[in-house]
Design a protein around this ligand. Structure first.
Ligand code: CA
Length: 149
């Protein structure tokens, strides 16, 4: 298993590679808003574990292993973003999915994926859930934020 930070690097490299022919260290530094030394560090680790290879001009090429894991990481992130939309979470969806993705187990993610798929295929259920959600919000029901004064 990769660390959350290395997962994020690999995820971003894969995502970038979907829309660009060439991926460079500097592209990933920009995407993730991190310094070049941090990217270099991560790239070294990913390459030592056979997820990618360095080419000339600081070009990064994913191995089959890297592509397979990268695809999984990108899909996992998008399932969680879809989930947050489906449940009408009023959060920063991107940031929340980022926070969740590294800590949920595969069984939970598979269940979440099924739930998202279920709501996509059963729009009447989704509508019912939305009404229920709105009703509860209007009634002020549910968890009370203990951090709020
Ligand atoms: Ca991520």
């Amino acid at each position: 298993m990769l660390s959350p930070s290395l997962e994020d690097y690999l995820e971003e490299i894969y995502r970038f590679s979907l829309h660009n022919d060439v991926v460079r260290v500097s592209d990933i530094a920009t995407c993730l808003d991190v310094t070049m030394p941090s990217v270099n560090n991560a790239i070294r680790k990913l390459s030592s574990e056979d997820y990618l290879v360095y080419k000339k001009y600081r070009e990064l090429v994913l191995t089959d292993k890297g592509r397979r894991l990268g695809k999984f990481l990108v899909e996992r992130n998008s399932i969680l973003q879809e989930f947050l939309k489906v449940i009408y979470s009023n959060c920063d969806i991107k940031a929340e999915a980022e926070a969740m993705e590294h800590y949920l187990t595969m069984p939970s993610i598979r269940s979440i994926e099924s739930l998202v798929d279920f709501f996509e295929k059963n729009s009447a259920c989704r509508q019912k859930f939305l009404e229920h959600y709105r009703h509860r919000s209007e009634q002020g029901l549910g968890l009370v934020n203990g951090y709020r004064e």
